[in-house]
Design a protein around this ligand. Structure first.
Ligand SMILES: C[S@@+](CC[C@H](N)C(=O)[O-])C[C@H]1O[C@@H](n2cnc3c(N)ncnc32)[C@H](O)[C@@H]1O
Length: 433
């Protein structure tokens, strides 16, 4: 092929790059790293599944399709999260497992203040007539215009609700949503957790002392580049939230709207695995655990087991938090060490353990005991496989899921993770069930 002929082929590649489909998706770094995709999105999906199912059932019972408003939608991240919620007990042979199918979705409206992100969303989804994107500021008012019908689901994901730096705007928005509900709606809010270990230096006994944090977007760079670019890093002002404070905001919105916004679930998302664990910007003792978890889920990459061990450093005067984090740290480390010992004790040639697998203490919380037993079955089941890198590609990702299960089961929904998530319902139907 002549050079000119070769050049002629280039627009095809340029077009492919522009489409975004050629973007390199690295699991180790970036917005959509492995923790985001395999832990954060999935934990949110699992927690939300029964409530989404109930919402879908209600819509179908009244012959309606589901209308979703995603506030602070970025590049339609909420759409991707919600359409990935799967049936819990799908059979192995079942292919259709998403509960929010295209037949059930009526409309997805994404709202964001950032036009670039909206354009990115439009460039991906412009051919889907059920998806619309609008620029609006949700701290000013609820972005519903004229006779626009109310929505069934109002979704704020990944810290978006913390963009309300004043509680008044948060109360006004929630009250506005509650007032517009005709029959039934669900609201999902996600704030930055006040007591995440990532920002232990910001913990105060009186929450009014530090309401908003100066959140530096430094995690998108590696350690060296982060320091080189320190002066150019972007900062966000974001509200830190505990469960008690969030309940206060909800109570105020209830009063204002004269309707109950009822909590269905609170949960701490990303305990020990938030993005600022790796930067240690707000806690000199924070360890790069997100990096280590990303490595667990990265194909063909072997993870140093010691890099997963947590050494929680307590903060004086916060016994209730120290007790929680120390208990979690103990359980987490027991599981990591257990898997390291199992791998050491497994004889690949004879397909058996050379010594008895370590005992699972009866005093362990049941979530830990379950995960230890499952990991034993996994090592025994695949340790001899040989091909396909069983440690890197099967055992390590399973350890990732086991740690995820453990933290999800031990969380208490108090604001101890990177995110505090609240799922609420507003029920004006006669049954009020
Ligand atoms: C932490 S990001 C979350 C993005 C996305 N929901 C996700 O799950 O990745 C917060 C989003 O809220 C948007 N945002 C911030 N303040 C806003 C406001 N006052 N009104 C509307 N959108 C806002 C930002 O542009 C950004 O896309």
């Amino acid at each position: 092929m002549t050079k000119e002929a070769g050049q002629e082929q280039m627009p095809a590649y340029t077009e492919a790059v522009k489409s975004g489909l050629y973007a390199k998706q690295s699991g180790l770094v970036g917005k959509y790293d492995n923790v985001r995709r395999h832990w954060e999105d999935e934990v949110t999906r699992i927690s939300f599944r029964p409530h989404l199912q109930k919402l879908i059932d209600r819509c179908q019972a009244s012959m309606k399709r589901l209308r979703i408003m995603d506030l602070g939608c970025g590049s339609a991240d909420g759409y991707e999260l919600l359409t990935g919620v799967r049936e819990r007990d799908a059979d192995l042979q079942q292919l259709e497992v998403d509960i929010l199918s295209d037949q059930i979705l009526g409309l997805y409206k994404g709202i964001d203040l950032n036009e670039d992100l909206l354009n990115q969303a439009r460039s991906i989804y412009s051919d889907n007539p059920k998806m619309i994107f609008k620029q609006a500021d949700f701290t000013k008012s609820l972005p519903i215009v004229g006779d626009e019908r109310p929505y069934d689901l109002y979704f704020f994901s990944f810290g978006t609700f913390s963009h309300h730096n004043e509680d008044e705007t948060a109360v006004r928005l929630l009250a506005g949503i509650a007032e517009r509900v005709e029959n039934y709606a669900v609201v999902v809010c996600d704030w930055l957790g006040r007591y995440s270990y990532e920002w232990q230096s910001l913990w105060t006994r009186d929450p009014d002392e530090v309401k908003n944090m100066d959140y530096v977007v430094s995690y998108i760079y590696g350690p060296e580049e982060r320091e080189e670019r320190r002066d150019q890093l972007q900062h966000l002002t974001l509200r830190l939230m505990s469960r008690g404070e969030a309940e206060g905001i909800i109570a105020e919105a209830n009063k204002r709207a004269g309707v109950e916004i009822r909590p269905l679930k609170w949960f701490d998302r990303s305990v020990f695995s938030g993005r600022h664990m790796d930067t240690a910007e707000y806690n000199p003792h924070a360890q790069p655990l997100r990096n280590a978890i990303n490595s667990l889920h990265e194909p063909n990459l072997r993870t140093e087991m010691d890099s997963l061990l947590v050494n929680y450093v307590p903060k004086g005067g916060f016994d209730f938090l120290n007790d929680y984090f120390e208990h979690l740290q103990m359980c987490w480390n027991v599981l990591v060490r257990h898997v390291a010992q199992l791998m050491e004790a497994f004889d690949e040639e004879n397909r058996t353990f050379t010594k008895e697998p370590p005992d699972v203490p009866i005093s362990c919380p049941s979530a830990l005991r379950d995960m230890m037993e499952r990991m034993e079955q996994i090592v025994e089941g695949v340790g001899w496989l040989g091909y396909g890198l069983p440690r890197e590609n099967i055992i390590e990702p399973q350890l990732g899921y086991a740690l995820r299960h453990l933290t999800s089961n031990l969380q208490q929904g108090q604001g101890c993770g990177h995110g505090l998530v609240g799922i609420f319902e507003i029920d004006k139907s006669e049954s009020g069930d």
